[in-house]
Design a protein around this ligand. Structure first.
Ligand SMILES: [Mn+2]
Length: 221
């Protein structure tokens, strides 16, 4: 992570201990090499719904031939990262992320929303937050500690752990032993690089059909 571009206002951790690296690297800051799929449950969204959506994400990634690397967020959601070649700017990667999110929403319309305004979202649904791919937007890095009473840690998991993981169990007290036993489950991420071209085709198709690309929000959610 040392060569990740820093957050614009902080070189190190957030006030709550979160380490928020950019999705681009210092060598090429304007071209992200990490597509981030952010599973953001609404306030009344049960974690089982997060699990179900993670499986749908996995299914669509498989069909695309993309390898996704899941982790708990340390909060109530999950993050799935995909390595991409640094060939597109933030806006294009965000368009690709939106097209992917819309496909997941089509497959799980009860569970997922991509609705732009928070006030228009059903709080029991999961928002697939494609905005985390916008420039200046960051999410907690793998292994960063969150400012929660239990000291939860954003923890890499295997796909076959999705149905059993309890994010509250992964804390500063437990993750060191887990890491010692399993190693870094995201260690292979650089070996599985996915070209987002098919997602940009999906985005073209959706936009031709009248779908809009909402403006980039100024603040993080
Ligand atoms: Mn999130």
């Amino acid at each position: 992570m040392r060569d990740r571009a820093p957050r614009r206002d902080l070189g190190g951790p957030d006030v709550d201990g979160r380490v928020p690296p950019w999705n681009s690297r210092r060598a090429d800051i304007e071209r992200p090499d990490e597509w981030r799929i952010d599973l953001d449950p609404g306030e009344q969204c049960p974690f089982d719904r997060v699990r179900r959506v993670a499986h749908v994400v996995h299914e669509v990634l498989d069909e695309l031939g993309a390898t996704g690397w899941p982790k708990t967020s340390g909060g109530s959601g999950m993050h799935i990262y995909v390595r991409i070649p640094p060939e597109h700017g933030f806006d294009e990667v965000r368009r690709a992320a939106l097209a992917f999110a819309r496909e997941v929403e089509r497959r799980a319309p009860e569970d997922v929303t991509t609705t732009w305004w928070r006030r228009d979202r059903d709080p029991a649904q999961l928002f697939l937050d494609y905005n985390q791919n916008a420039r200046d937007h960051t999410i907690a890095a793998a292994y960063s500690v969150r400012g929660t009473p239990r000291g939860t840690v954003s923890t890499p998991i295997r796909w076959d752990e999705v149905d059993d993981v309890n994010p509250e169990d992964n804390t500063i007290a437990t993750v060191p032993a887990r890491y010692a036993a399993l190693g870094d489950l995201h260690a292979g991420i650089d070996d599985a690089v996915f070209d987002i071209a098919p997602l940009l085709e999906w985005a073209d198709r959706d936009e031709h059909a009248g779908a809009e690309v909402p403006p980039v929000p100024e603040t993080e959610e």
